[in-house]
Write a protein that binds this ligand. Structure first.
Ligand code: SF4
Length: 153
């Protein structure tokens, strides 16, 4: 995976995800635990719907697919929605920031982030290229799926 070469080594995400990425594919559960830990707030339904629609449209536009485990997709969408509510911008929910507001203003990690736009690299596993082991075959996710798969989180 070339992803790690592009990420600052100082982020908790890069450190936590990088070891497993280079040595072996990350397991679903390992990944899921990480995302959950970073998306604890409950975003508004309005923002979840905005980010749900955005995710569907961008997956189609970029030729990428949602994770075979839609709970991963759901948690990332809710994390983006939470940041949209609190920061006014869909800052990537899978990273640590010293200053979230400053990062949101800067824009590099606002979804779709620069690595995604330039190289189709989504370290949140929201947008997966077809050759990714975790890619499903869907570019659609409903509000019901999001609510059901995150109900007990
Ligand atoms: S495209 Fe970038 S900002 Fe959006 S979820 Fe993926 S890694 Fe995060």
């Amino acid at each position: 995976m070339t992803l790690m070469r592009t990420l600052p080594a100082t982020t908790s995400y890069a450190v936590g995800f990088g070891v497993s990425s280079f040595n072996a594919p990350p397991s679903h559960l390992r990944y899921r635990r990480f995302v959950i830990a970073n998306a604890s707030a409950e975003p508004s339904d309005k923002s979840v719907e905005i980010m749900r629609k955005f995710s569907e449209q961008y997956a189609r536009r970029s030729g990428t697919y949602f994770c075979v485990d839609k709970s991963v997709t759901s948690v990332v969408i809710k994390g983006l929605a939470d940041h949209k509510d609190s920061l006014g911008a869909p800052l990537c929910p899978c990273r640590h920031y010293d200053d979230k507001a400053a990062e949101a203003t800067q824009g590099f990690w606002n979804c779709p982030c620069v690595p995604m736009r330039e190289r189709k690299e989504c370290h949140c596993m929201l947008f997966l290229t077809p050759d990714n082991d975790f890619a499903g075959n869907e570019q659609v996710i409903t509000m019901e799926e999001i609510k059901e798969s995150t109900a007990n989180m």
